[in-house]
Design a protein. Structure first.
Length: 74
């Protein structure tokens, strides 16, 4: 989707495949964390509340480590 919108990865094919692999590994690890939470909680609403409380701060940290580019207007 990003490529369709104009994003061009600079790492080439190998860098793009490595980034995709990193995303898959992170998603797999995070799914096990939430699976464990689901097994420890007693009710579905408790699982949803705990999951929301865990993910909510991450939405604000999603671009903290991305270097911001400042473009000068000519």
């Amino acid at each position: 989707m990003g490529v369709a919108l104009g994003y061009r990865p600079r790492g080439g094919v190998a860098g793009t495949v490595a980034a995709l692999g990193l995303v898959v590994v992170f998603a797999f690890g995070l799914s096990w964390v939430f699976t464990t939470i689901g097994l420890l909680m007693r009710s579905p609403s408790a699982v949803m509340s705990t999951g929301f409380m865990a993910m909510f701060p991450l939405t604000f940290l999603s671009n903290v480590f991305v270097k911001q580019r400042h473009y000068r207007q000519h």
